[in-house]
Design a protein around this ligand. Structure first.
Ligand code: FE
Ligand code: FE
Ligand code: ZN
Length: 293
């Protein structure tokens, strides 16, 4: 089975820079934020060197790249200025994603803060119904969340409740994050097959478009959302991975992952050192030997 695997990369040097960074990790796909994930300052589309980037990507066999919307978009907020900003920024992100040639925008559904889950679900659907248009090419992939704070999307039921309220359902997909589903209580270590079955019953596997492949620093159900390096052991400076290489390797080699972008969002060891190249290489291996974990 051939894997489409990559990591989050920087767009600071345009799409061409992002693609070159991905190649340096041995990746054949990647994910970008169109600017800093924490704010809405964005370069113009022209500054992203898109044509150059796309030509390079095609020559190198990079495809199905993913855009992640910034965290500050909160479509579940009851505060009108936050809700308005979320909608207008999401509209711009759709345009940017389309210009870049990506089909997927990963979106954290939102946090309801002082309200409740039902309020959050309805507010998110309201935002999506205002933002989605039938002519848009990219699909919004709601991310499975860890359930920290007041996050909506910690269960497949919550995600489906949003989808049910959206008119243009064909524009909605799901991004399955291994750290988040593990943290929210799904047993992806011992029973990924059953988790998928549950996903299929509640949401439908045809909506599953993107995977985030991360370890977790915490046990199943901890709702912390702290990513670990893939299969990290005690001696890793960022801490031990509670999901483990064996489980993550078998997930990425499951037929459900075929041809879908598998994106690492694992911690950097320091400002200049990440493990993406090593993590991608070990996940790509057809089989693991005892020495690998
Ligand atoms: Fe995310
Ligand atoms: Fe994620
Ligand atoms: Zn996370």
């Amino acid at each position: 089975m051939s894997l489409l695997i990559g990591s989050h990369v920087s767009i600071a040097n345009g799409l061409i820079g992002a693609a070159k960074e991905a190649i340096s990790y041995g990746a054949n796909t990647f994910m970008i934020y169109t600017g800093a994930p924490q704010n809405t300052k964005r370069k113009s589309i022209e500054a992203l060197k898109i044509e150059e980037g796309q030509a390079y990507m095609q020559a190198q066999g990079i495809k199905n790249i993913v855009v992640h919307a910034p965290y500050i978009i909160n479509c579940a907020s009851y505060k009108n200025h936050i809700f308005s900003l979320a909608k207008s920024f999401l509209k711009q992100e759709i345009a940017r994603t389309e210009a870049i040639g990506s089909n997927y925008i990963v979106l954290h559904p939102g946090s309801y803060t002082d309200k409740d889950t039902t309020y959050g679900i309805e507010r998110i659907a309201e935002a999506l119904n205002e933002v989605l248009v039938s002519s848009m090419k990219p699909i919004i992939c709601l991310e499975t969340m860890a359930g920290k704070g007041s996050e909506v999307g910690k269960t497949f039921e919550e995600l489906q409740s949003i989808i049910e309220r959206v008119d243009l359902k064909s524009k909605i997909g799901i991004c399955f994050d291994t750290c988040h589903t593990h943290d929210s209580g799904y047993d992806i270590i011992h029973d990924f097959e059953n988790v998928l079955k549950e996903f299929d019953t509640i949401i439908g596997l045809e909506r599953l478009k993107v995977f985030h492949i991360n370890g977790s620093l915490n046990p199943c159900g901890a709702r912390k959302d702290r990513h670990a390096n893939i299969g990290a052991l005690e001696d890793n400076p960022k801490g031990r991975d509670h999901i483990g290489l064996k489980a993550l390797h078998s997930i990425v080699h499951h037929p459900i992952c075929e041809n879908k972008p598998l994106i690492l969002e694992t911690p950097w060891l320091n400002k200049s050192k990440n493990l993406y190249r090593e993590e991608i290489a070990i996940l790509r291996q057809e089989t693991l030997s005892e020495d690998d974990y």
